[in-house]
Design a protein around this ligand. Structure first.
Ligand SMILES: Cc1ncc(COP(=O)(O)O)c(C=O)c1O
Length: 372
């Protein structure tokens, strides 16, 4: 039995490990009507739009709930009833968008792709040329189900050439991988508090083109998910429409301060890349191979093939690594046995080396790796 004198580190794509400063920001209570709290919300929204250089064109609408709530709200608010959406599909979060659109009663065309390959921008453009009824493309930037990074800049250019609109699920890339509204045109981008910004979970947000949001009144099937209504109310009152996740908002504010101190998207992305490199190099020494080819791998989360050994079993492996102080993530592939290790959160390359040691020690104890 191992005794660890700290919380386990989360090697997951969110919730993820946060700093003490971020946790301490949650030690106060805030009133939802209070102007001090509402100034924080306004400041958070302003910073989020700045991260994608969208101040001239875009606005930020925050929404209570996990990331999926904001994905559903963005699709339900911005895709008109009777609208048709192309969904390039190379993984679980793309499939979730398809499912949401079907439930919302919007027409969907899927563009299927292999799960270990990035979406092909040429295929996206061809699909748009073939079907003039498609008004929107809904793209997952980093497909967290596998760790594949999709080529956002090229797809945004193709969508613009064909004069359609792009909705980006940037849940696991926002803040760590550069997205620039000036050069990668998008109608809306969705992300959340508890991902690469290293806040805690509980709030999503949609950065939407102001003109498109203004034109979306009456599209949404739902009151709680209506981003137009949320935005209009916030503009008028500075308050959230319904009970805000106050502690989440102040934690995100504190996390954003640390994000800026670290050096913004460039520094955050570089740290995650260093984490990813330390992880994959260490795992290679144990004979554990990534599922995604290196050129398609986002520095966010890595899917590894499970060891092909009769003594390997995920639950026991997970438990062993947990006892050594780290929380891993199960794989999301149906055909191949895998597990995932996140590179994001308040972690450094040194932490990744310790994870690899914990994995090696667990697999040795399980009899999967030979004792050295
Ligand atoms: C790409 C992507 N989209 C959507 C989601 C859904 O977010 P949530 O689980 O917070 O609802 C996630 C979660 O990790 C994600 O990685």
């Amino acid at each position: 039995m191992h005794t660890i004198d700290r919380d386990p580190l989360l090697l997951t794509p969110g919730p993820l490990t946060t700093t003490l400063r971020t946790k301490q920001a949650m030690l106060h209570d805030w009133g939802s009507w209070d102007s001090a709290f509402n100034r924080i919300t306004g400041d958070v929204c302003g910073q989020l739009v700045d991260i994608v250089h969208g101040t001239e064109t875009h606005v930020c609408v925050p929404l209570q709930g996990s990331g999926t709530f904001s994905v559903e709200a963005a699709l339900g608010t911005l895709v008109p009833r009777g609208g048709k959406v192309l969904v390039p599909n190379n993984g679980a979060y793309c499939a979730r968008i398809v499912r949401i659109l079907k439930i919302l009663g919007r027409d969907v065309v899927e563009l299927p792709a292999a799960e270990d390959c990035p979406i092909d921008p040429v295929a996206v453009e061809a699909a748009l040329i073939t079907d003039p009824r498609i008004g929107h493309v809904a793209l997952v930037h980093c497909e967290t189900g596998t760790g594949v990074l999709n080529p956002l800049a090229e797809i945004a250019a193709a969508v613009e050439r064909q004069q359609r609109s792009l909705i980006i699920d940037a849940m696991s890339s926002f803040g760590a991988i550069e997205i620039d509204a000036r050069t990668m045109p998008f109608e809306a981008l969705i992300a959340a508090s508890g991902k690469c910004l290293e806040g805690v979970p509980g709030m999503g947000f949609v950065i939407a083109e102001r003109a498109k949001l203004e034109a979306s009144a009456g599209n949404c099937h739902s009151l709680a998910m209506d981003l137009h209504d949320q935005w209009v109310y916030m503009q008028r009152t500075t308050q959230w429409r319904f009970t805000p996740p106050t502690h989440v908002v102040v934690a995100l504010h504190e996390a954003l301060a640390q994000y800026q101190e670290e050096g913004g998207v460039v520094a955050r992305g570089a740290r995650y890349q260093a984490n990813c490199d330390a992880l994959t190099t260490g795992m290679a020494r144990l004979g554990l191979r990534p599922y995604v080819p290196a050129q398609a791998q986002a520095p966010i989360i890595v899917t590894f093939h499970a060891p092909e050994h009769a003594a390997y079993e995920f639950q026991a492996f997970y438990q062993g690594v947990r006892e050594r102080g780290f929380i891993l993530y199960p794989g999301k592939l149906t055909q191949i046995e895998t597990f995932r290790v996140g590179c994001v959160g308040a972690l450094k390359p040194q932490d990744m080396l310790h994870v690899v040691e914990a994995i090696a020690s667990t697999l040795t104890a399980m009899g999967v790796l030979a004792a050295s």
